[in-house]
Design a protein around this ligand. Structure first.
Ligand SMILES: [Zn+2]
Length: 113
């Protein structure tokens, strides 16, 4: 049950339109071949345990610059299927991409857009 209005799908579309409104097309190209370990946990205590082995502090969603880089995040369920927050996964994936190409804007700097 979604207690929010609009739905998540509508919010993604709204986010896409908002992203377009604050940016413009460019002549640049980003073409990266990356390896990333994505570690999503349905139980936060499992995620905290694994994260503390690497960093020793609390985490919600995060990226760590190991080799290969690792994304830590939450794994939930909707209607019996595994569910991932696409906004958070995209945010963390962009951190990984920036490790290879610093031309990409830091997603932590999106708050002012
Ligand atoms: Zn971030």
């Amino acid at each position: 049950m979604n207690i929010f209005n609009p739905t998540l799908g509508e919010l993604v579309n709204t986010y896409n339109r908002a992203s377009d409104s604050v940016s413009e097309f460019t002549d640049n190209v980003v073409d990266l071949d990356i390896t990333v370990r994505v570690r999503l946990f349905g139980r936060s205590e499992d995620k905290e345990y694994e994260w503390k082995q690497l960093c020793g502090s609390h985490v919600q969603w995060a990226t760590i610059g190991t080799d290969p880089p690792q994304i830590f995040g939450d794994l939930r369920e909707v209607d019996g299927e595994l569910f991932v927050n696409v906004v958070m996964l995209g945010h963390e994936l962009l951190h990984v991409l920036r490790m290879k190409d610093k031309r990409l804007k830091d997603p932590d700097g999106y708050e002012g857009l």
